[in-house]
Design a binder for this molecule. Sequence first.
Ligand code: RP5
Length: 168
Amino acid sequence: MPDASSPLVAIVMGSESDLPKVTPAMEALKRLGVPHDVHVASAHRTPERAIEIAAQARDRGVRVIIAAAGGAAHLAGILAAHTTLPVIGVPISSGALGGLDALLSTVQMPSGVPVATVAIDGARNAGLLAAQIIAIGDPALAARLAELRREMAARVIESEAHVRRGGP
Ligand code: RP5
């Protein structure tokens, strides 16, 4: 039975080796106060476990799933096939093709089973997008997201002043 501390976002990565590139999603969710948990499950090496995570997510109170994988990245797709929760795919750069393989494997879903795919190694945006989806029904979270945008804008404005003063 979900309670107030139950994870709202489940982050799934295909391998522990993906962790450094997935961490920005965790940091974004932590900054915004969105409870989340983390799983390692592979569409190819542990397909039953990946399916189980997707199939159980809604009953655990999860509202959005983030799926990060590299190479022939079928993780987001297999999770999306086993839940109607929104799935955000993060293609991870690795190997000979530098993430283009993962991007195409993640983004090119068949009609009827969507995966919202962010940029290669775009885990931070995946975390922010998950928070924005949840904020549709959470005004306090929406306010924290708006504050984050104001901080970002202030940094850009400050950087312009810095550049005009002569740069680094
Ligand atoms: C993918 O293969 C994983 O998501 C990872 O990006 C890549 C390499 O995995 P390891 O061989 O490092 O476990 O399934």
